[in-house]
Design a protein around this ligand. Structure first.
Ligand code: 5GP
Ligand code: ZN
Length: 113
């Protein structure tokens, strides 16, 4: 997707603070961190949002979910973290390329805002 910021980051067309990369995903620090550690895990495949995932994406999503604890540990998060997917307008999804927020190194509150 030519105009997608996360496709550009995944293709290394835009410099970012990467914390992990493999053939399927990149992870990089959020430019407006909402916690002392806040990174985004982004599939290299352009999928606009969770609603648009299909059976074909099953292994990719499982791969991401298993990578998150590994990356969190590598960044020194030892006492818990939150994983967030904003899907659609009510959730204030601002970038229309599926991404998983991972927030850690502070106490979270519940319910979320
Ligand atoms: P959303 O609201 O779509 O769930 O979250 C998008 C996130 O991407 C926001 O937290 C925002 O700060 C982050 N973001 C948007 N553009 C960029 C960028 O160019 N670089 C980085 N590192 N983060 C970005
Ligand atoms: Zn994209």
């Amino acid at each position: 997707m030519a105009d997608c910021i996360f496709c550009k980051i995944a293709n290394h067309e835009i410099d970012s603070d990467f914390v992990y990369e493999d053939d399927q995903v990149v992870a990089f620090r959020d430019m407006e961190p909402q916690a002392p550690v806040h990174f985004l895990v982004v599939p290299k495949k352009h999928i606009p949002c969770l609603d648009e995932c299909t059976e074909e994406d099953k292994e990719l999503i499982a791969h991401i979910m298993l990578k998150i604890p590994e990356i969190a540990k590598s960044l020194g998060i030892t006492t818990g973290y939150r994983v967030v997917i904003n899907n659609g307008d009510d959730a204030f999804q601002t970038v229309k390329h599926l991404h998983f927020h991972v927030l850690g190194k502070r106490k979270m509150t519940w319910p979320p805002g």
